[in-house]
Structure formats: structure tokens, C-alpha cells
Design a protein around this ligand. Structure first.
Ligand code: NAP
Length: 284
């Protein structure tokens, strides 16, 4: 019987047992960890992510604030706000909710964030530190995936991990984190030949492709662990990049969609905000 790895439960436990006590310590020192979310335009999906962030922030006892801009706000207006937040010592974390409207350069916006407040871990400085194995703020979805694997006591040393998808926000960083844990990592993408063969000796499969039910049970080796990053609304029902029904008969453990990687991404964001607050308050 496959274990269903509930990201919802793991996130809740980490928020209450690991993060909240750190927040309480900071508050005793007069520091209230504070996260600012920048939201440009009126994207429905973004609004629901933002609500989840606010809910988790409240659970951990950190302050979170949304600064909204209209769909047509000039790029410079958003940049000016980020520069102002960079200088505000009462704010420890900034994230800019993606996607942004077409007239705003994502690269320009992300590069303007002070790396010590970059709790999404997207700035070149933090990505570079991750690559070099230095202390940094690790981007949230890959960090959440590693926490999920830890929650089922997965020792990655010597294990075969196959990552499907090589995006900057999921596939690439999670492959680095798995290598840091001494896994042998196979990276697959849209030009990979015979994907099923690449999965045949995998102990862990991480799927971040963005195609509903892309991976099926018949491609998955018996007893492997599957982490499904994808999230899609198909005919009003949420599903992932993995066909859960056929996969669950093959795996030893699998994440559900919803309630798997999603809550862990938000949990990692809250943890990063607390880490940033600790580091910044030690500097002052
Ligand atoms: P992305 O930037 O679109 O990257 C998709 C990757 O999948 C690319 O590397 C692409 O290869 C690869 N790919 C596409 N079609 C393929 C195929 N037929 N065979 C093999 N590889 C293929 O996506 P992403 O941002 O990583 O997100 C992936 C999914 O995760 C999406 O559903 C997204 O909504 C979800 N997501 C969820 C969370 C969460 O917190 N739950 C966070 C982030 C993302 P190429 O590089 O060759 O194009």
C-alpha cells in the first residue's frame, strides 16, 4: 500500500514545531519577521496563492503584507517600491508574485531585490550560492520537496533520482539539492529520448513538467518514491503531472495533488522569511 505523503500535514507540523518557536524568540528580541508580497494585476491564481501565504504566515506568527499594483502600473513604479522595501529594516522578506504583465521585465524586477531579503531564492546571487553549496535562501518549491523527502526518512545517499523538467524554479535547483545529498541525478526534459528508460532504475522521481497526468504507473519502477510538482485544473478538478490512480499501485510513497508540494512551497517561504529575519537582526 503506497504511503500518501501529505504536504499539508508536514507543513503544519514544521510551522508549529520548528518555525513558530523561532518566531517567538525573535519577537522576544523585538523583531517581528515580516514578509511583503508584491502583486501586480489581477491574476486569479496569484490571488489564491497569496491567500494561502497569508494563512500560513498567520499560523507561524509572522507578519505578511500584500502591496498591490494595477495591471498597467509602470515597471519603474514596481522597481521603486522594491528599492524602498530593500531599505526598510522592518521588512525581512520580499516576493514578487509571478506572472507579471508583459510590459514588466521579470529579470529586472527579480534582480532589484536585495539578496538578503530574497525569500523566493530567485536572485542571481542566491542561485549562485546554491550552485556553490554556500549558505543562502533556497528557492521554496525545491526546498519544500527536500523537506517532504526528509519527512519520509529518505536517505538520498547513493540513490538514483530522476528529475523530469529543468526549469530555473524547480528542476535545476532540486537537482542540485539532491546532488548535495549525494544522490545520482538524471535530468530529463522535452528533448530527452526514451523517458521511460530513464525512469527504470529511479529510486525517487520528481516530476515538474507542467502537463496534466504526464507520467503513468506503467513508467514507474516498483517501490519508488514519486514527488508530483505539477498542478492543473482539468474540468474543475485539480490534478498533477502524474496520473495518481495508476501510479499509486507502483510506488512506495507519493505526493497527492492538491495537498502535496503546494503547501510545502508556502511553508518553505515562511521558513525563509524567518531565516532572513534572524540573519538581518544578527547583522544590526
Ligand atoms: P516550466 O518552466 O514550464 O518547465 C517545464 C519543464 O518540463 C521544462 O524543462 C520542459 O523541458 C519540460 N518538459 C515539457 N514537456 C516535456 C515532455 N514532453 N517531456 C519531458 N520534459 C518536458 O515549468 P515549472 O515552472 O517547472 O512547473 C512545472 C509544473 O509545476 C507546473 O504545473 C507548475 O504549475 C507546477 N509548479 C507547482 C509549484 C507548487 O508549489 N506546487 C511550484 C512551481 C511549479 P524543456 O526545458 O526542454 O522545455
Amino acid at each position: 500500500m503506497a504511503k500518501i505523503i501529505s504536504g499539508k500535514d508536514v507543513a503544519e507540523k514544521i510551522l508549529i514545531t520548528n518555525i513558530k518557536p523561532k518566531v517567538d524568540d525573535l519577537k522576544l528580541k523585538g523583531v517581528i519577521p515580516t514578509l511583503v508580497v508584491i502583486l501586480v494585476g489581477d491574476v486569479q491564481a496569484s490571488a489564491s496563492y497569496v491567500r494561502q501565504k497569508e494563512k500560513f504566515a498567520a499560523k507561524a506568527g509572522i507578519k505578511s503584507e500584500v502591496r498591490k499594483f494595477s495591471e498597467t502600473a509602470p515597471e519603474q513604479e514596481v522597481l521603486d517600491e522594491i528599492i524602498k522595501i530593500n531599505k526598510d529594516s522592518d521588512i525581512h522578506g520580499i516576493i514578487v508574485q509571478l506572472p507579471l504583465p508583459d510590459h514588466i521585465s521579470v529579470t529586472k524586477i527579480l534582480n532589484s531585490i536585495d539578496p538578503s531579503k530574497d525569500v523566493d531564492g530567485f536572485t542571481p546571487t542566491n542561485v549562485g550560492k546554491l550552485f556553490l553549496g554556500e549558505e543562502t535562501l533556497v528557492s521554496c518549491t525545491p526546498k519544500g520537496i527536500m523537506l517532504l523527502l526528509e519527512s519520509v526518512n529518505t536517505d538520498l545517499k547513493g540513490k538514483n533520482v530522476t528529475v523530469i523538467g529543468r526549469s530555473n524554479i524547480v528542476g535545476k535547483p532540486v537537482s542540485i539539492l539532491c546532488q548535495q545529498k549525494h544522490a545520482t541525478v538524471t535530468m530529463c526534459h522535452s528533448r530527452t529520448k526514451d523517458l521511460t528508460a530513464k525512469l527504470s532504475d529511479a529510486d525517487v522521481i520528481i516530476v515538474a513538467v507542467g502537463v496534466p497526468k504526464f507520467i503513468h504507473g506503467d513508467q514507474i519502477p516498483m517501490g519508488s518514491i514519486v514527488i508530483d510538482v505539477g498542478i492543473h485544473n482539468v474540468d474543475g478538478k485539480l490534478c498533477g503531472d502524474v496520473d495518481f490512480e495508476s501510479a499509486q499501485n507502483k510506488v512506495s510513497a507519493i505526493t497527492p495533488v492538491p495537498g502535496g508540494v503546494g503547501p510545502m512551497t508556502v511553508c518553505a517561504l515562511i521558513e525563509n522569511t524567518v531565516i532572513a529575519a534572524e540573519r538581518l537582526s544578527n547583522k544590526n
